[in-house]
Design a binder for this molecule. Structure first.
Ligand code: GDP
Ligand code: IMO
Ligand code: MG
Length: 428
């Protein structure tokens, strides 16, 4: 079993960074396959906190190689800054390989992200403002610039000269914004292109060869299944494919090379940004979970919306990802609550519904149907095996396993790497 996909099973921020860092202790390669610096992945190792946006969460693991796959959109300035940040934390430079085929986020993507959001007004998505959507639009619209062009000054200029006039017409005539100039962009990005140049390679070939040699490859999803452009709460989604199949396309390996699919869930649910959220909590209880879980965005600092675990969403995630195991994160955050709830179905217009609706209007009318479980008050942050947990916490995990019908693989009881209960050797 040489490969594992770590996939967000809810609306992002499930703790994928922590899980990836934990499993990276056994991996040879860690690969980001989609998204960009809209992601914020937090690792806490020996009391030191690292917040990563573009670099795979294996970078602080000595001996591990890191790959940014073709499915990622790269803001080169952010990537260079992040590499510099690692160095400033006293870490050695990571062994980093960047796909030639990954698309580049340009300043006009960031500006368009802002302008489009402003235009949506009350219907805004609440994007991270990092230019992610507009960069993917250009990729699909065949007006993108890829890393292979970006790092060759003459090719970069050629692409910009072909693309920018039309962008500028949109910026000035549709939005009344200022146009960009080719020379100014080239000047701003020249240093980053020079720094990144030698890391840009055919990462598909690199990973396929590694898998052929039996090396262990970890694919790190960003965002989550319900932010997936196809399977999420469209249009309140991101513009890529976080779900597991995206790992094959976004890393350039065949789908049969993905062995284990580990779905990462919080013990409850959070969401940052707009869109329906059936099991959302308000008031004092929401505030308590938000404080206890420090539920503020890693990338934008926005308070996250919080709610109970939703098993209807969970089953949707099991299906679209083909989960083989699941992880439950932030279980410690629920400590001290008298009772816990799991949403097991929806009620809509007096009828029961057990599947997740595609229509967000319908979804926003869904009332959660809950099962209630007793809480626990013991501190669980020191637990290292299931037997260390109070019976109520074990019963809650068993209930989740029953609803998802997938074996539990990992439980997290605190942000630290060591605060982990690991049940399965996923790499076999
Ligand atoms: P990601 O985007 O999926 O990598 O998740 P984020 O890093 O954005 O958000 C997860 C947050 O929860 C981070 O601040 C983590 O340090 C923290 N975290 C992860 N696992 C646990 C846990 O088991 N307990 C607690 N209290 N915090 C955790
Ligand atoms: P990680 O990898 C949580 C949300 C934004 C917004 C929507 C679209 O840390 O789990 P975008 O900037 O992608 O066009 O925004 O998606 N979003 C995330 N929410 N975690 C993330 O990443 C997210 N990345 C994007 O808040 O609702
Ligand atoms: Mg995050």
């Amino acid at each position: 079993m040489p490969s594992v996909v770590v996939v967000g099973a809810q609306w992002g921020d499930e703790g994928k960074g922590k899980v990836t860092d934990y499993l990276a202790q056994q991996a040879d390669w860690v690969v980001r396959y989609q998204g960009g610096n809209n992601a914020g992945h937090t690792l806490v190792v020996d009391g030191q906190t690292f917040k990563l946006h573009l670099l795979p969460s294996g970078v602080i693991q000595p001996g591990t190689s890191s790959v940014i796959g073709n499915g990622v959109v790269i803001d080169p300035l952010v990537l260079v800054r992040e590499l510099k940040g690692l160095r400033e934390s006293g870490l050695p430079d990571p062994k980093l390989y960047i796909s030639e085929r990954a698309h580049v986020i340009m300043p006009y993507h960031r500006l368009l992200d802002e302008l489009e959001e402003a235009e949506r007004g009350a219907d805004k998505i609440g994007t991270t403002g990092r230019g992610i959507g507009p960069a993917y639009v250009d990729k699909v619209g065949r007006s993108g610039i890829r890393m292979i062009e970006f790092v060759q000054p003459d090719r970069f200029r050629e692409r910009l000269e072909a693309i920018l006039p039309r962008k500028n017409r949109i910026l000035t005539q549709v939005y009344g914004a200022e146009p960009f100039e080719v020379d100014a962009i080239i000047e701003e990005y020249a240093e980053a292109a020079e720094i990144l140049k030698d890391m840009v390679v055919d990462t598909s070939a690199l990973l396929s060869d590694a898998l052929d040699r039996g090396e262990k490859v970890l694919f790190e999803g960003a965002q989550g299944t319900f932010l997936d452009i196809d399977h999420g709460t469209y249009p309140f989604v991101t513009s890529s494919t976080p779900s597991a199949a995206g790992a094959a396309i976004g890393a350039g390996v065949g789908p049969r090379r993905l062995d284990q699919i580990l779905g990462v869930f919080k013990a409850y649910t959070t969401r940052v940004g707009s869109g329906p959220f059936p099991s959302e909590l308000q008031g004092e209880l929401a505030e308590r979970i938000r404080q206890q879980g420090n539920e503020y965005g890693t990338t934008t600092g926005r308070p996250r919306r919080v709610g109970w675990f939703d098993a209807v969403m969970g089953r949707h995630s099991v299906r679209v990802n083909g989960l083989t195991r699941f992880a439950v994160m932030l279980l410690d955050v629920l400590t001290g609550l008298d009772e816990l709830r799991i949403c097991v179905g929806y009620s809509i217009d007096g009828e029961r519904r057990d599947t997740f609706p595609a229509d967000i209007k319908e979804l926003s009318r869904c009332e959660p149907i809950y099962e209630t479980y007793p809480g626990w008050s013991e501190d669980i942050t020191g637990a290292r095996k299931l037997q260390d947990l109070p019976p109520e916490a074990r019963a809650y995990l068993e209930a989740l396993e029953g609803h998802l019908n997938v074996p539990l693989g990992l439980v997290s009881v605190g942000p630290g790497r060591e605060q982990t209960i690991f049940l399965e050797n996923l790499f076999g």
